[in-house]
Design a protein. Structure first.
Lengths: 477, 472
């Protein structure tokens, strides 16, 4: 059921907010043991929120989000509800404040079903690095969901929520959306406040939406975007109503096809995405071949910048003030070392080491500084493309969802799989991923539409147009 | 061998903002532990810094006060290190692009000390070690208190230069409203970098950094000790090691804290959560125009245009409120010297005795201007003026009224005085005899008797003239 329909049913009282919430909670109980998409399910609190939402509806004060049951990634702070980042380090962390996105949605009495599983501290593309166990793909439970917002993607795909909030630092909304056959929107950097999003890489992080359709991601974006006093990097440039897509004339658009993005992807992915391009051509869009020559440096630049920022952002988890504290250690230096050694998983430690190495005096210029130069270059190359195009069409990931345990032993191979998504974060642009086909293994194939900064309107509309004519398969679970 | 010390300073000044630099917690000294802490300044996961624009303005004012260039573009960086008093495990500071650069202050002997940079940063918390319980406790009240760090070039060669610089910079920061510059409370803190080299050499030696200096006097003692210590090492054929040392005020010596090898690699990188600080020409001009006259300019005005002795001028400008009061007074009554005398004498004595601040005075500069006018115009005597000032200080009030109510108005009519003086001469025949036989010293005694008999309002000049005449 799409969000507009759900809203109508609630407002017309064809269904009560409590019934709706209960139906999702029942489904979570039934299916999530196998999927592990939630870390925390807020059974009682969700029912209480649904009751409050129903009162709001009954009194005629319902807003767009009143009573809609959603899931929230477990790196978004929720007042009084554990926010673990899927890490032993924060396994018992209960924030004393709400992230801005939650504050906005709570004003309209949205219902939070629970907090979704993810890669530890959002580092990874498989959702297998969680301290609380990996997430399974609802299309095929022997396969990964992608990550890091794997729990969010699975919760949407399996119908365990109406929509989900995730976060995207290098593809963490779009890639799991692609793997799980849902739609994932990563807004422009600054469009949505990061206040309350536990930082991974501050200059790349952005809260995004995973939902059943492009229209639903626009619906959710309406509730969360905007300049926020609490986040100095947030912007007032976003404006408008992202649910009003009908007015966008798709047929005159120029769609850029950057050739480098199709080099390292599997044939079935390439074929599916190019078929989608043909669909747009048939509508009257002009396909423009274009180029992002620096793509070959993008993954390196991304891992240097994101790991450097992560190393700094995660330093506060030292066992002194927040989170896990080791019982070991004679003095504070030992205590910090032991707490971090025991509290962080391998992938997080790998990134912290990489990041600190890149920032060390003597290596800073060669690594971090060069990475920022590539960042500048990639931004410029995007600007050049957008001189000629309105949107850019690329694959979301080089492959479909792979088998659990298949790639985790080779971190560099995992990192390289981010090639199609990281440039968007590096340039701070908005992008949306949707299913455009299915692989031989029956798994969804994702395509991404990237837009100009703060032009979410266009990519959502272009994506929506495709989805109307595409026959999306239901998840098997 | 004789050595030449080479000294540079790193000065931390707490900014006089109402709130902390990256959150809205109150910026205050003292108070119970962990009472001025919020999710932001305690580094709660998911929080972001929010730059205090007033801190930026004060840092720019510090730059203008020290003849720095205030940069139109400056940016924040993170300095990463683990310490329990630093909840984020990084300090937000300015590394690559500080807000102010290239300033200078002229010190004793007319020498220019160059200021390399001024940058904004946040303070850390405090650890309280309880040896009895065997625990260390963290107090985060000071976390996020706004600081500027002023870094000089190694231009100092003598202790006097350093001390003069410190006195000047403290005064300038106070005048600019940047910092209250209370070294003993830690709102102004200094680290001294010092090395020595043989006299005549121009190759700097290895430096030591001395921390924990909380008075201008301590700075002098620490430098003197350090010169001695390093000289001894070199004289004995040793080498000075680069290290951080701590000054012990009780023993007057310095002790090594950590060596260069133990120094941190702070892994600086641009702070992604705070956009760069940008100034337009208009904004900079506005700040420049809002600056008060700086103490060194005031000193020049007092000594050159007003003709005050330099000691008096220094004393007046050493307290901005006091100096402002002086300026307001001489604006009304430009009797620079007399106003200065009365303020540095009677007023300062009353202020010091009572511990009151200039801002607490119960009378206005116009009242003081009037009093000086009354005194120099022979409406009241100099002694009466002091008494009137004391009454004004204690209770407030207008000098004219106080003088009238207390009979301080001088009687400038000589006719009534003749009888008084005749009576004094009769009553003190012995003294008069003694005076006439050449004992000039007795005149003061006779004069005193006459003043007493004549009453408070008597004009001492008239009495003196008359008495001199009668005793001829």
């Amino acid at each position: 059921m799409d969000l507009v329909t759900m809203r109508e049913k609630l407002d017309k009282k064809e269904i009560s907010a409590v019934e709706l919430t209960q139906s999702y909670l029942d489904k979570i109980k039934e299916k999530d043991k196998e999927l592990n998409s939630y870390i925390t399910v807020c059974e009682d609190a969700a029912i209480e929120q649904a009751k409050a939402a129903q009162e709001m509806i009954d009194s005629g004060n319902a807003g767009a989000f009143t009573g809609l049951p959603i899931s929230v990634k477990d790196n978004i702070c929720t007042n009084g509800v554990k926010t673990t980042c899927a890490s032993k380090m924060l396994a018992d962390f209960v924030p004393i404040y709400d992230a801005t996105v939650m504050e906005k949605l709570n004003k309209e009495k949205i219902v939070m079903l629970g907090k979704t599983n993810m890669d530890e501290f959002a580092m990874g593309g498989s959702s297998q690095t969680s301290y609380f166990g990996g997430v399974k793909n609802p299309y095929d439970t022997s396969r990964v969901t992608g990550g890091s917002s794997g729990g969010a993607a699975a919760s949407v795909a399996a119908g365990l929520c109406a929509a989900a909030l995730g976060s995207d630092t290098g593809g963490s909304v779009r890639q799991p959306a692609s793997f799980c056959g849902v739609t994932g929107l990563k807004p422009t950097y600054g469009a949505v406040s990061r206040w309350g999003l536990i930082a991974f890489a501050s200059s790349l992080d952005q809260i995004g939406v995973l939902a059943n359709s492009a229209a639903d991601t626009g619906y959710m974006l309406n509730g969360i975007y905007g300049r926020d006093f609490n986040d100095a990097t947030s912007s007032a440039k976003s404006k408008g109503d992202y649910t009003r897509l009908a007015g966008t004339d798709i047929s005159k658009l120029k769609i850029g096809i950057p050739k480098e993005f199709f080099d390292g992807v599997t044939d079935e992915v390439k074929t599916a995405v190019l078929k989608a391009a043909d669909y747009y051509k048939a509508l009257g869009c002009e396909l423009v071949e274009c180029s992002l020559p620096s793509l070959e440096y993008a993954v390196s630049a991304y891992y240097l910048i994101s790991s450097a920022e992560a190393a700094s952002n995660l330093s506060r988890f030292d066992g002194i003030k927040y989170g896990y504290r080791s019982g070991l250690g004679e003095d504070f230096n030992d205590l910090i070392k032991a707490s971090r050694r025991e509290g962080f998983g391998d992938e997080v430690k790998r990134r912290i080491m990489l990041g600190n190495y890149a920032l060390c005096s003597g290596y800073y210029d060669a690594y971090y500084k060069n990475a920022t130069r590539i960042r500048t270059q990639i931004r410029k190359e995007y600007a050049d493309i957008f001189e000629k195009c309105n949107v850019i069409l690329t694959p979301t990931a080089p492959t479909t969802a792979y088998k659990i345990g298949e790639q985790e032993h080779d971190p560099v191979k995992m990192y390289l799989a981010d090639i199609c998504t990281v440039t968007v974060n590096i340039a701070g642009l908005p992008a949306i991923s949707t299913t455009c086909g299915y692989g031989e293994n029956g798994m969804p194939i994702g395509m991404s539409l990237t837009g100009r900064a703060f032009d979410e309107q266009t990519i959502i509309a272009v994506c929506d147009r495709f989805e109307r004519d595409f026959d999306r398969k239901e998840a098997r679970i | 061998m004789r050595y030449q010390p080479v000294i540079g300073l790193e000065i931390h000044a707490e900014l006089l903002t109402d709130s902390k630099v990256f959150c809205t917690c109150q910026n205050e000294f003292g108070g119970s532990e962990n009472t001025r802490v919020c999710p932001r300044c305690s580094g709660m996961p998911g929080t972001l810094p929010l730059l205090n624009q007033n801190a930026v303005k004060l840092a720019a004012r510090a730059g203008i006060a020290t003849d720095c260039t205030v940069n139109k573009y400056s940016a924040f960086d993170r300095k990463n290190y683990f310490y329990p008093d630093l909840p984020k495990a990084y300090q937000i500071t300015q590394f690559e692009s500080p807000i102010c650069t290239n300033g200078h202050i002229t010190v004793v002997g007319g020498k220019d000390i160059r200021i390399n940079r001024i940058h904004i940063e946040e303070d850390a918390g405090k650890l309280v070690h309880d040896d009895y319980e065997g625990v260390s406790l963290a107090d985060y009240n000071r976390c996020g208190v706004p600081l500027i760090e002023i870094v000089t070039e190694p231009d100092f060669r003598t202790i006097e230069e350093v001390q003069d610089f410190m006195e000047q910079i403290a005064l300038r920061l106070k005048y600019a409203g940047v910092c209250d510059a209370r070294m003993e409370q830690g709102s102004l803190r200094v680290d001294v970098n010092i090395s020595i080299m043989p006299v005549g050499s121009d190759v700097f030696g290895t430096r030591a950094e001395i921390k924990n200096l909380n008075s201008v006097k301590a700075i002098g003692r620490a430098i003197a000790y350090e010169i001695e210590r390093q000289s001894e090492i070199l004289d004995n054929g040793g080498t000075v090691v680069q290290e951080t040392r701590r000054f012990n005020d009780n023993h007057g010596n310095t002790k090594a804290l950590r060596s260069k090898e133990e120094a941190h690699d702070y892994r600086y990188f641009p702070e992604p959560d705070i956009p760069p600080v940008l100034f337009t020409d208009e904004e900079l001009e506005e700040i420049v125009n809002s600056m008060p006259e700086m103490p060194q300019k005031r000193f020049a005005r007092y000594t050159k245009a007003y003709g005050l002795p330099s000691d008096d001028a220094s004393l007046i400008i050493s307290n901005k409120d006091f100096s402002d009061f002086y300026d307001e007074t001489v604006k009304i009554n430009p009797d620079y010297k007399q106003v200065s005398n009365l303020m540095l004498g009677e007023l300062l004595r009353n202020l010091n005795d009572s511990g009151a601040a200039v801002t607490d005075l119960k009378f206005a500069p116009s009242d003081l201007a009037k009093l000086v006018e009354m005194s120099s115009g022979s409406t009241v005597s100099k002694n009466a003026a002091k008494d009137i000032l004391k009454i004004m200080f204690d209770n407030g009030g207008k000098p004219e009224e106080i003088a009238k109510e207390n009979g301080f108005i001088m009687d400038n009519d000589a006719s009534g005085l003749e009888a008084v003086i005749d009576k004094v001469i009769v009553d003190n025949a012995d003294s008069v005899e003694s005076y006439k036989s050449g004992n000039a010293k007795v005149f003061g005694f006779i004069m005193g008797q006459a003043m007493r008999l004549a009453g408070k309002g008597a004009n001492p000049k008239l009495i003196k003239d008359l008495l001199t005449e009668k005793l001829k």
